[in-house]
Ligand binder design. Structure first.
Ligand code: PEP
Ligand code: MG
Length: 594
């Protein structure tokens, strides 16, 4: 690893970042010692003693896992400790235990051999399934199996708490029980060749604040033991043998980033309100059930926008009522700090299914057969979703949001279909929330202009500025040629938002905003100045927005809004926001690192 000049050569590898942060240290290669599985025949008389040996090993394993659970509960939290409940369940699995015992009796083979065979069959079966979550659970079975086999062999368990000095773990994979024993002072970061973002080991690393990168190809063979590593858990970059320049650069940038982020996160415990006490409702935008964890980490008070079309696009199909129900229910059960607002199918525009499925082939898809227009034409597809949503509403505070309404008649028609779906479920004796709330997305200028009329037929508004901007200004939101004209701060858009807020207030219904601008700090301040109190934001941006808004007074945000409202052009308005950001917001963030 030395160049001709004698200088160390720096290498950069990339993986998937799963836990943020930066770490610098020596590589600790975690060799996963392959377990030797003994295989020998038994005679009839040895069988009962062999089964008793198995039962003892199972009991010892149960005891170890329970102790581990207590330790994790004390060291981390009850949530992390519950991971070991899944391990205990593996040990309770009758099929696994009984099949092993019956195999010992039938094959007259030693129990290690039989247990490993049965467990391996389960592992292979689960690994073959499509579901990522189930695949991750394979690690639970593997972990427990290794533990039982070690107990049968009388071996102790290697753990990451035994590192002599601080270092960066490089491993093929890390099991949850290995991760649970990690000494936070010694494990500076984790690099693995395998593993997804929902693995329990990753969850633990994240909750312990240990930077981690997964899916780093052949990490254990490409990274020499003991070499100098720099881990960037924000970007998923690993620098092997970083130069002094690189270290300096990272030191400067990342220390600052870590500090700022930490500050944002610690502020989550404080109430979501402005410096002068105006209460805020900050929710999360999500694409599917896999985002639930990020919602919880962000401190969001529920989900303000669940874009349900992701479910359709991922499967490249129309998912069944049951498939949809499962997805919606898992979000409703996972997110308990507030409602889950699920937007009905918004296909069309830039989100298109194959023409063979929809029959759609348009020259101008954003102005075409999109969202509620498609659903009202294909009532059978829409009703499947409405039934799934209603069924899931029995499990928690689920609310329905209709996208791309251009006026009252679409909202009324959608509500009629919802009423039909309720009747159908009622006849079948299926549970649902009969008073489920429905909201209207206000993202087309015509809807904005008849907001007062729309308010009579729904329970809340959600303003979609991504589309409102493109439709107000007639600027295709995905066309690079006109991107400079796409200005959400354009006075026409800002004045329209103000009018929608006014209409909602007059009708006494809540109004929120779920367009991307809610996650931009200067724009968020502008929205509060316009009277908005409910923002829905992508989870990673939420702690920052919350921090910034907590430092500000409504009066200064009102002054900002007045300035923007009085602008004649979009450029002028954008300049006002840029200046506000530079002079008022950036110093707030910079002050954190001073
Ligand atoms: C919007 O239009 O602002 C919105 C939130 O919806 P989408 O971006 O999915 O169109
Ligand atoms: Mg939209």
């Amino acid at each position: 690893m030395s160049s001709a000049s004698g200088q160390k050569q720096e290498f950069v590898f990339r993986g998937i970042p799963v836990s943020p942060g930066v770490a610098h240290g020596k590589a600790w290669l975690l060799a996963q010692k392959e377990l030797e599985i003994p295989s020998y025949p038994l005679v009839e008389e040895q069988v009962e003693a062999e089964i008793a040996r198995f039962e003892t090993a199972i009991m010892a394993t149960r005891q170890q896992i329970s102790e581990l659970r207590d330790e994790v509960s004390k060291k981390l939290s009850e949530t992390e400790a519950q991971i070991f409940d899944a391990h205990l369940l593996v040990l309770e699995d009758k099929a696994l235990i009984e099949e092993t015992v019956s195999d010992v009796r039938k094959s007259l083979s030693n129990v290690e051999f039989c247990f490993n065979k049965v467990a391996q069959r389960y592992i292979d079966f689960f690994t073959g399934l499509e579901d990522d979550y189930i695949k991750e659970r394979v690690n639970d079975i593997r972990d427990v199996t290794r533990r039982v086999l070690r107990n049968l062999a009388g071996e102790s368990h290697p753990d990451l708490g035994e590192l002599d000095e601080p270092g960066i773990i490089v491993a093929a994979d890390i099991s949850p029980s290995e991760a649970a024993l990690m000494d936070k002072q010694k494990v500076l970061a984790i690099i693995t060749e395998h593993g997804g973002t929902t693995g329990h080991a990753v969850i633990m690393a994240r909750s312990m604040g240990i930077p981690a990168i997964v899916n780093l190809w052949k990490a254990t063979t490409r990274i020499p033991a003991g070499c100098d590593l720099l881990v960037d858990g924000y970007e998923g970059t690993l620098v092997v043998a970083p130069t002094a320049d690189t270290l300096f650069r990272y030191g400067e940038i990342r220390t600052r980033k870590d500090k700022i982020r930490q500050k944002f996160l610690t502020e989550l415990e404080k109430p979501a309100e402005t410096a002068d006490g105006h209460k805020l409702t900050l929710r999360a935008n999500i694409e599917g059930a896999e985002d639930v964890e990020r919602v919880l980490e962000s401190g969001a008070m529920g989900v303000g926008l669940f874009r349900s079309e992701g479910l359709y696009l991922r499967s490249n199909d129309f998912p069944s009522e049951d498939e949809q129900y499962e997805e919606y229910v898992s979000v409703v059960r996972g997110v308990t700090k507030g409602p889950v607002i699920i937007r009905t199918l918004d296909l069309g525009g830039d989100k298109i299914l194959p023409k063979a499925m929809t029959g759609i082939d348009e020259n101008n898809p954003f102005m075409g057969f999109r969202a509620i227009r498609f659903c009202l034409k294909h009532k059978e597809i829409f009703k499947v979703q409405l039934r799934a949503l209603l069924r899931a509403s029995a499990e928690g505070d689920l609310r329905i949001l209709y996208p791309m309404l251009s006026g009252v008649s679409e909202l009324v028609e959608a509500n009629e279909l919802l009423a039909e779906a309720k009747k159908e479920l009622g006849r079948q004796g299926v549970n649902f929330n009969p008073n489920i709330e429905v909201g209207a997305m206000i993202e087309i200028p015509s809807a904005a202009l008849v907001a007062s009329e729309l308010a009579r037929h729904c329970d809340f508004f959600s303003i979609g500025t991504n589309d409102l901007t493109q439709y107000m200004l007639a600027v295709d939101r995905v066309n690079d040629e006109v991107a400079h004209l796409y200005q959400p701060a354009h006075p026409s858009v800002v004045r329209t938002i103000k009018n929608i807020i006014q209409a909602a207030n007059d009708a006494d219904i809540p109004v929120g905003i779920c367009g991307e601008v809610a996650g931009e700090s200067a724009y968020a301040a502008l929205l509060l100045g316009l009277g908005m109190r409910e923002l829905s934001i992508t989870p990673p941006n939420l702690p920052e927005i919350r921090y910034i808004l907590r430092q500000m007074q409504i009066s200064e945000m009102k002054a900002l809004a007045d300035k923007v409202l009085s602008c004649a052009t979009g450029d002028e308005a954008q300049e006002v926001l840029a200046k506000f950001s530079k002079t008022r917001l950036q110093p707030l963030v910079e002050a954190i690192t001073e």
